[in-house]
Design a protein around this ligand. Structure first.
Ligand code: GLC
Length: 729
């Protein structure tokens, strides 16, 4: 076959010209072919590739990528290269902490570095495109995918989502070590009713824009090359058929020029949603809404052509979709360098990569309780008991999206203790329970005996990785299996108990806390979680992590999040319960529970250190600011404790009264500050007044004059408030 002339291969031509020259040469079938993504190799698709009827694959091994790319580029009529995607969610071969753990670092740089390393390793395996970052706001720890999220706050999720986009794509997405990002799941997926994955979401426009859309907007602005529509029904319109969110907001209002890929079969699932009669209508809904590429299901290749002929689809929708797909392929350099580079096995789990994963895990751990038992005094230790199913489990500690990590690369806490403790310290190991969800208590006796003989018992408990992630939601958030009983049995020995929890979500720790002298929350810390945790237990580093999500005191509080509204009868601590014999007259009409606290066990932004930080002299540069001005607020931060430490200083505001009720607190900025013992520093934030704006239920942005309160502190319940007024004009 004599290849047609291909002017688009001329690198000197402007991108627009290159795209239009390909588009102009394509048949309708070839255009529709670009809009279909096929999963791995259920059946041989070589003929379809050769015919230009497939634009993308996912989950393809490296050697197959080269083979199918050669067919696409050298045997098809126009030689349009394939784009190959993969879920590279928290590392590729070097497994980093789950994204929720990374979010606890409040450190965009370490998060960006993790994505950069993941891109380097994935690109070395020929992958062009990752389906990350996931920036769904997650306020419900029952939802299994909270593990993949960056937490409950829009500012934190936006900053860290952007960091991942930059890490994956670098400044040059066509560079050999860059891959395209894919911001997901657009939008509102985390608001699933009941915390059950894939469930219905009902989100008013103002909440959608002020909370759920904000991280996506930031990632679009940062140049993300693709978005992924979601599974959820948003206010009656499935997000993979939602023209309002995709065409109106993402593509028109924000000017997004990348491509939108559906989630796995989320186009044809609109039939089950009751939003499409059949696959033809599903295809029509998807394309009309602006979903440019269909992942795995086949409604586009089967029906798009007929829908065009019947006038149910506009040709410009097809052309717009294909332009976007071609634009991403050009941006990745696939037309210029379509084939995987020579293998570079040396990049996988290299020393620098493992060091970064260790640092990421170190910064993601959150110290929730410490009665002084931590840090362990190595020179005073003679015998320790290491107990629990997660002390030495190289698979479970890695978390819920680890398709390409190798188990043998994991370093567990037990391995790290053995490596890092002096030989003078005896380490007794007792698993206690066979696995996280096991009810078998036959191992308790050994665990109790080990604790009795030890100076300190180190317990590693939590969730196995399968209990979080996609389709893995939980109705109860306790320690699974017999772990609570194991904790209590060990605590009953009277020995100090240092509890390390690995989990993919906030657990309800109310029954746990009384039995632990110290509690370190490690999430699922990834391949280097072991050394990172031991660095902290031995005091070689001081914990700095802060909670990216609220921890409920009980499941009945859920959903619970810090940036809540005040209500007309805010809950108070005064009234709890109904004393026996209380008359039916009102005890107290406020938004309390009779049988439980209304406050989270641990608030958003909370985390302890081995030192103490004191906030003094909160001051504002001015008591009034104009809408085009900047609020300058500062505080004196002092390390009043015994060792150096890093504090994540957080700035919150409250709009006291507006045309819509506003949250009682909103995080607007944060900063990591490292101080030596005794050292102090004035920390200053400059917040543009425009950041005080909010959307109403018509999607209109408001910046309203009036009174604002402002806090700077170490968590979302910090005290010491300042006030300022925003002036009109
Ligand atoms: C899954 C997930 C999505 C993932 C995609 C490809 O169902 O919802 O996050 O990227 O399919 O594996």
């Amino acid at each position: 076959m004599t290849p047609s002339p291909r002017p688009w291969l001329n690198r000197n031509l402007p991108l627009f010209t290159r795209i239009e020259s390909v588009l102009g040469a394509m048949t309708l079938d070839e255009k529709i072919g670009q809009m279909w993504q096929v999963n791995s190799f259920e059946v041989n698709r070589d003929d379809l590739i050769r015919a230009g009827r497939i634009g993308s694959f996912l989950n393809i091994p490296r050697d197959e990528i080269a083979r199918i790319q050669r067919i696409a580029v050298e045997e098809s009529r126009l030689g349009i290269p394939l784009i190959v995607g993969r879920d590279v969610i928290h590392g590729y071969r070097t497994v980093f902490p789950i994204p929720l753990g990374q979010a606890a670092s409040f450190n965009p740089e370490i998060v960006r570095l993790g994505a950069e390393i993941a891109a380097r390793e994935a690109a070395a395996d020929g992958i062009h495109w990752t389906f990350a970052p996931m920036v769904d706001i997650a306020r419900d720890p029952r939802w299994g995918r909270i593990a993949e999220s960056l937490g409950e706050d829009p500012v934190l999720s936006a900053r860290l989502g952007v960091a991942m986009v930059k890490g994956f794509q670098s400044d040059d997405p066509s560079a050999p070590e860059s891959i395209a990002s894919c911001v997901k799941h657009y939008v509102g997926y985390g608001a699933a009713e009941g915390g059950r994955d894939y469930n219905t979401t009902l989100i008013p426009e103002s909440e959608l824009r002020n909370i759920y859309l904000e991280p996506f907007r930031a990632c679009s602005e940062a140049g993300a090359l693709s978005f992924m529509s979601a599974f959820n029904d948003l206010n009656g319109v499935p997000t993979s058929g939602n023209a309002h969110t995709i065409r109106d907001i993402l593509k028109t209002e924000w000017g997004f020029e990348g491509l939108v890929v559906s989630d796995w079969c989320s186009v044809t699932e609109m039939i089950k949603h009751g939003y499409a009669r059949d696959e033809a209508e599903a295809a029509e809904r998807g394309i009309a809404a602006g979903v440019d590429m269909e992942m795995v299901s086949e409604s586009y290749p089967k029906h798009a052509s007929a829908l065009l002929s019947s006038g149910q689809l506009r040709p410009e929708w097809i052309d717009d979709a294909v332009r976007r797909i071609l634009r991403v392929k050009f941006a990745l350099g696939l037309f210029d360098n379509p084939y995987p580079a020579a293998p570079r096995p040396e990049v996988f789990v290299s020393e620098p990569h493992l060091r970064a994963a260790r640092q990421s895990a170190l910064e993601s751990c959150v110290l929730l309780k410490n009665n002084g038992v931590l840090p362990l005094r190595e020179n005073q230790l003679k015998r320790i008991a290491v107990i629990g199913p997660l002390a030495d489990d190289r698979s479970e500690q890695r978390g819920c999206w680890v398709s390409d990590g190798h188990v043998e690369d994991t370093q567990t806490p037990l391995a790290a203790l053995r490596q890092m403790l002096p030989p003078s310290v005896t380490i007794d190991v007792a698993r206690g329970v066979p696995a996280c969800r096991s009810a078998d208590t036959s191992g308790f006796a050994d665990a109790v005996a080990a604790a009795c003989a030890a100076d300190v018992a180190l317990l590693f408990l939590g969730e196995d990785a399968i209990l979080s992630g996609e389709a893995h939601s939980r109705a109860f958030l306790n320690l699974p299996g017999a772990q609570q009983q194991l904790l209590e049995a060990v605590a009953a020995t009277g020995k100090p108990v240092v509890l390390v929890i690995m989990a993919g979500r906030p657990l309800v720790l109310t029954p746990v806390l009384p039995h632990a002298s110290a509690l370190l929350y490690a999430w699922h810390p990834g391949a280097m979680g072991g050394p990172a945790i031991v660095d902290l237990l031995l005091g070689r580093e001081s914990p700095s992590g802060k909670l990216p999500v609220s921890f409920p005191a009980m499941e009945g509080q859920i959903p619970i999040y810090y940036n809540k509204r005040n209500t007309g009868r805010p809950a108070s601590d005064a009234t709890r319960g109904i004393p026996q014999g209380t008359p039916l007259d009102p005890v107290d009409f406020c938004s309390n529970y009779l049988d439980g606290d209304h406050l989270p066990l641990f608030p958003f932004g909370f985390g302890l250190s081995y030192t103490r930080f004191d906030y003094q002299n909160l001051s504002l540069a001015a008591a009034e600011v104009h809408s085009d001005g900047v609020i300058e607020a500062s505080v004196e931060l002092r390390n009043t404790g015994p060792v150096a430490g890093t504090e994540i200083v957080q700035l919150y505001i409250r709009d006291v009264s507006a045309s819509l009720t506003r949250p009682v607190r909103e995080l607007k900025d944060f900063r990591r500050v490292t101080l030596a013992a005794g050292e102090s520093q004035r920390v200053t934030f400059r917040l543009p007044a425009s950041q005080l704006s909010f959307h109403d239920n018509q999607g209109t942005l408001h910046l309203e004059p009036g009174e604002f309160h402002l806090w700077i502190g170490g968590d979302s319940r910090c005290t010491g408030e300042a006030a300022f007024r925003l002036l009109a004009g």
